[in-house]
Design a protein around this ligand. Structure first.
Ligand code: CA
Ligand code: CA
Ligand code: CA
Ligand code: CA
Length: 341
């Protein structure tokens, strides 16, 4: 139970009088202390409602408040200054000074937002302007909850691997469903979308003779809205990483070279994986899972204008493995493909 503490020796300590002198003065002074004084203390210092204050447990990125009441037990108005001593910066005091009338009390609000794994210890002292050598102090303890969302993974600041300790659906053991969020905290997004979540539908400017990243693109038909951040577009020789700010689809989605300007791209691939005529293979990979791949006869050269999957077959990650599904066609980036002849 918190208890009030009282400075019993303010006048005597101030004048450097020892215990014996205090006793003598104490015996001599009762007549000077009004019997009808409103406060229980025989001195004229500050009173606190507690000498210890425990806050929490509080999770990281959360905040709790606590308060302690300080009272002017003296007969005159008094300036009061608070001094917070806590090395981690987890406790904060919005207001640090007051003027209190005789007998007036004020509740001092104190916030606690952990910055490191606890318990976090400190102290809060109050000193009256006219009694600078006799502060009154409340000892502080802040308790920390290392797993704020109770999903079994601790916050990063607690040495854990929960990338979002306020969302129980996000932790390293979670399934990363196709919703634009990285549920399992591995910086790959939506990689558990599954085979066939997206299928290659159109390729442009992959020939080494015509390669220009300003007009190169890979078109996908995305069957469910997803964000392919961190996925890879791999040719036989090169690996490009997909950078995608937001989820896109269902529908036609463009992955583009880093210099693309004239087409509306959902994502950039860096570096752009040039597909050589003699190495005609392209794979879209999420983590270690191949979402779709196209590997056709190496003799089949990719014409400069690009190739596309027949409109009726778009979105099927199995059928586009067949070269007969593809044909040369003028580009339709981000729009429905043409019918192959
Ligand atoms: Ca957690
Ligand atoms: Ca979490
Ligand atoms: Ca992930
Ligand atoms: Ca996800």
């Amino acid at each position: 139970m918190p208890r009030s503490i009282t400075l019993h020796n303010i006048p005597y300590r101030k004048f450097g009088i020892g215990a014996a002198g205090g006793l003598i003065l104490g015996l001599a002074l009762p007549a000077c202390l009004p019997a009808d004084r409103a406060f229980p203390s025989p001195d004229e210092g500050l009173l606190l409602s507690a000498d210890t204050l425990n806050v929490g447990p509080v999770a990281f990125e959360q905040q709790a408040w606590a308060s302690v009441t300080v009272q002017n037990a003296g007969p005159a108005p008094r300036g009061v200054l608070a001094m917070l001593d806590e090395p981690t910066g987890s406790f904060a005091l919005p207001v640090g000074s007051w003027t209190l009338e005789p007998g007036q009390a004020t509740a001092v609000e104190l916030s606690f937002a952990p910055t490191t794994l606890g318990p976090i210890a400190g102290s809060l002292s109050f000193v009256a302007a006219d009694l600078p050598d006799t502060p009154v102090t409340v000892e502080l303890t802040g308790l920390v909850d290392p797993d704020g969302d109770d999903d079994g993974a601790a916050h990063l600041l607690a040495g854990g691997d929960d990338c979002d300790d306020q969302d129980e659906s996000r932790h390293p053991e979670a399934e990363d469903v196709p919703d634009g969020q990285d549920q399992d905290c591995d910086d790959l997004v939506d990689e558990d979308a599954g085979d066939g979540a997206a299928a290659l539908t159109e390729l442009r400017s992959f020939s080494s003779l015509t390669a220009s990243t300003s007009d190169s693109f890979v078109e996908l038909y995305v069957n469910t809205g997803l964000r392919m951040e961190g996925w890879e577009l791999r040719s036989t020789a090169e690996v490009g990483v997909v950078r995608m700010a937001a989820a896109a689809g269902p529908g036609w989605v463009l992955l583009c070279g880093p210099d693309a300007e004239e087409i509306s791209c959902a994502a950039t691939v860096e570096p752009w994986p040039t597909l050589l005529p003699e190495q005609d293979e392209l794979r879209l990979v999420a983590g270690e899972r191949a979402i779709d791949q196209v590997a056709w006869d190496p003799k089949w050269r990719v014409p400069a204008e690009g190739i596309q999957v027949d409109a009726a077959l778009a979105g099927d990650a199995a059928v586009n493995d067949d070269p007969l599904s593809w044909c040369a066609a003028s580009p339709t980036p981000g729009a429905e493909n043409r019918d192959c002849p």
